[in-house]
Design a protein around this ligand. Structure first.
Ligand SMILES: Cc1ncc(COP(=O)(O)O)c(C=O)c1O
Length: 404
């Protein structure tokens, strides 16, 4: 074709490749110790258990498991999810659950059903990059609300809502990752979750609660999702099997009011007809035979020492002046470096020393976060964590000396 540009939709014409993904391609070099990705540790994949389950599914339900399924997802898996979330305080009916092709599809669906070009969505500063990309692909204007150690700052959020409403702008939703936030690692306490629900009720707004990490807890007691306090159907809750079983399954779920669920199903029909039926049957069986809870315990046992190793190595190798709170769960440590350092520029120096991370600006819709970086601790071995943190410490130290 000579000229595809003239054929593209306005939307596709405006789509740009993600700079971050381009940068991260470089980290495929096996000599680089990468703290950049959000990958589970491959050692956590329960290969033998899955093999047994696959045989059982093929023997007992093969014809159904290899067939198309309903758009909403396998009923018995939705039933299992309802049973599991009830333990977290969420009351739901299987009819209010959709099995999606990853939470990423749920984020895209939310963009599709709520956002016209120029519409406003609210998110955290920082927030999950994949959320930013999904909403921006619908040409949303994202307004960022700063986080403190307890997550999104509710007083600032309320001011922003008032300001927008005064200009006749209705924010379409508030996107939050309240538990072991990606990238900041912080947890919103229950009192703030209730404040957020009150706000959504007072201003009649939708909250999108994204919860992939809630079960990866190392030294914190369980905390109820925001959805558990939602009596009026303001919250679209989503979680995923990606971090507790396998991202390759591409299985996640949403829980929302019947009306929103209907809308999302219609939208999903056009996206993929149905989520992978085979992996739905496998996940269903894996939960039913009791393997999932045991497996989550094993993942936590694998990740907690890695988290500790990263925190200790940071203490040993990073020059003074950095800030990082020990994450109590999840997969990420969020580090802020002294004034004068730009982590985006420093990334290239890190690569020369064969170490990689994601720079903070990637997670900020307001161009901020220039002194911060996200470090993943789940993927690398403890030896790699120690060596990688040593290399990163040297890079930071050199940078700081150059500033003097
Ligand atoms: C906050 C958040 N939401 C959504 C996702 C996407 O998850 P999935 O693999 O289910 O698409 C991720 C993945 O890292 C995430 O961190």
């Amino acid at each position: 074709m000579k000229d595809l540009q003239r054929l593209y939709s306005d939307r596709a014409g405006k789509m740009r490749k993600s700079e971050i993904r381009e940068l991260l391609k470089v980290t495929q070099d096996p000599e680089i110790i990468s703290f950049a990705g959000g990958l589970p540790n491959p050692k956590s994949f329960p290969l033998d258990d899955i093999e047994n389950v696959v045989h059982k599914v093929l023997n007992e339900k093969g014809a159904d498991a290899l067939q198309y399924g309903t758009t909403q997802g396998l009923f018995s898996l939705r039933e299992m999810i309802v049973e599991r979330v009830a333990k977290d305080g969420i009351t739901a009916d299987p009819d209010e659950v959709i099995i999606t092709s990853g939470s990423q599809q749920a984020l895209d669906t939310i963009g599709k059903i709520f956002l016209n070009p120029g519409d406003v969505g609210i998110c955290g500063l920082p927030t999950y990059l994949g959320g930013i990309n999904a909403f921006r692909s619908y040409e949303a204007n994202l307004e960022g609300i700063p986080l403190d150690q307890n997550g999104m700052m509710i007083d600032v959020l309320e001011e922003k809502i008032k300001e927008l409403l005064a200009d006749d702008i209705i924010p379409k939703f508030i996107y939050v990752v309240p538990t072991f936030q990606n990238p900041a690692g912080v947890v919103m306490p229950e009192s703030r979750r209730k404040q957020l629900i009150d706000l959504a009720c007072n201003y009649d707004l939708v909250i999108v609660e994204d919860d992939p990490y809630g079960k990866l807890r190392y030294d914190m007691s369980p905390i109820k999702p925001i959805k558990a306090f939602d009596d009026e159907g303001h919250v679209i809750y989503m979680s995923t099997f990606s971090k507790i079983l396998s991202p390759g399954f591409r299985l996640a779920w949403t829980i929302a009011s019947p009306e929103l669920t209907r809308k999302m199903i219609i939208c999903k029909q056009a996206l993929d007809l149905c989520t992978n039926t085979f992996t739905q049957y496998i996940a269903d069986e894996f939960i039913r035979n009791g393997s999932l809870d045991l497996h989550i315990m094993k993942i936590c046992e694998l990740y907690e020492p890695k988290r500790d190793c990263m925190m200790e190595a940071m203490h040993s190798y990073f020059p003074e002046g950095y800030k990082c709170n020990k994450p109590q769960g999840g997969m990420f440590a969020w580090v802020t470096l002294p004034e004068g350092i730009d982590t985006e520029i420093m990334f290239l120096e890190g690569l020369k020393q064969k170490v990689a991370y994601v720079h903070g600006k990637a997670f900020h819709v307001d161009g901020g976060g220039g002194r911060s970086m996200r470090l993943n601790f789940s993927y690398s071995s403890t030896e790699q964590i120690q060596e990688g943190m040593k290399r990163l410490g040297t890079v930071i130290e050199t940078k700081l000396k150059a500033l003097c």
